[in-house]
Each structure stands twice: as C-alpha cells, then as structure tokens.
Ligand binder design. Structure first.
Ligand SMILES: [Fe+2]
Length: 201
C-alpha cells in the first residue's frame, strides 16, 4: 500500500469556469501540427502516468485530468529552443544545457499567458524538479513539488529511456525500471517510482 498522505499535499484543484476551458485543448491541437513528436511523447507519458495514478488509492479525482494535460504540454517550451540543440549528439556545454533547461519556465510562462491561475502553469514549471531539491527551475523538493509534476517526471523519464534518443540507444523496460529505482529518493518521488514499477511489472 502506498502512503497516501504525501499524495494529498500540494495537489491543486483544477480551476473552474476560468474562461480558459477551450484554450488548452486548442493549444494541444496546434502543437500536434507543429510538433507531432512532442505530442506523441506526451501521449505515451500520459499512458504511463495513468497506470501510476490507478495504483494510488487516494488520488484526488482531478489528478488524472491535470496529469493528462500536463503530460501533453510539459515540453511546450521546447518550441522556443533550437531543434539542433535539443537533438545534437554528444555532451552539451554548461551554457547550452542551461539554455535547454529554460524550456520548463518558458512553457510555464506561455501557459500562464493563455490560462492564468490554471494549475498546469505550476505543474509544467516544475516537471524537472528533483525529489532532493537538485532539479530546476526552482529547486523545490519533496511534497513541495506538485504531485502531477512528480508523476509526469517519472513517466517522462521512463518513456525517454525506453524510446531512445537520436544520440543514444533505448533501454530495455527492465533497464529503465532499474534506473528509476536507482534514482528513487534522489531524483524521483519514491512512492511514484514504486507505483510505476508495480504498474509495468
Ligand atoms: Fe521537459
């Protein structure tokens, strides 16, 4: 059984009647045209995330929907980063890496402009935070990181590993789960990793 207490902290409610109900689906539709790879990846991230949420007994009702749209739009800020930089094989310089890292805040700022006060702004902003506080952009740690962002972080890493990248071969599912377990408690929320492992095995 997973500890539900940590799950309920910092879980934002979806805003109601904010006047932006149609904006996010429309943004996802447009993203599918200009960046289909991002949307395909987001769809797979959501598939993994849904399986995790299914194993969290006290998951708030709004969590699945917030996680779904976060999965779809988590990397929207990459539209503002050079594709050459994102796909280049080999190590990045510190300046280049910092440039790539900016996609989290850029995406959040874009979403804030179109859907102010919607919880997706903070879930996208913090999808690269680490459980131990070593992530970016804010260095949040533990339950201060929005729950949907913690779930997307694990599902995103899992999908990235098993899908491969232009600059490296993919991991097997077993190798990817082992890597998640290795990083549980440092990079990832250990409860989410435990659920991911149970969902896949
Ligand atoms: Fe990202």
């Amino acid at each position: 059984m997973f500890n539900a207490d940590s799950m309920l902290v910092k879980t934002p409610a979806l805003t109601q009647a904010s006047g932006t109900d149609g904006v996010l689906p429309s943004l996802i539709e447009h993203l599918a045209i200009v960046a289909p790879d991002l949307v395909d990846h987001g769809s797979r991230v959501n598939d993994h995330a849904r399986r995790v949420i299914g194993l969290l007994p006290d998951a708030p009702p709004a969590l699945a929907e917030l996680t779904r749209i976060t999965a779809a739009l988590h990397d929207v800020g990459k539209l503002a980063i050079s594709g050459k930089l994102l796909e280049r094989p080999g190590p990045l310089s510190a300046i280049e890496y910092a440039r790539v890292q900016r996609h989290a805040a850029i995406g959040a700022n874009l979403l804030e402009a179109v859907a102010p006060d919607h919880p997706i702004v903070e879930t996208v902003r913090h999808h690269h935070e680490w459980w131990n506080g070593a992530g970016y952009p804010a260095g949040l740690n533990g339950a201060d990181i929005p729950l949907a962002a913690r779930i997307v972080a694990v599902a995103d890493a899992f999908d990235a590993m098993i899908s491969g990248r232009p600059y490296r071969d993919s991991f097997s599912v077993i190798e990817a789960l082992d890597e998640l377990i290795r990083c549980a408690g440092t990079q990832f929320d250990p409860v989410i990793v435990e659920a991911m492992v149970e969902a896949v095995r």
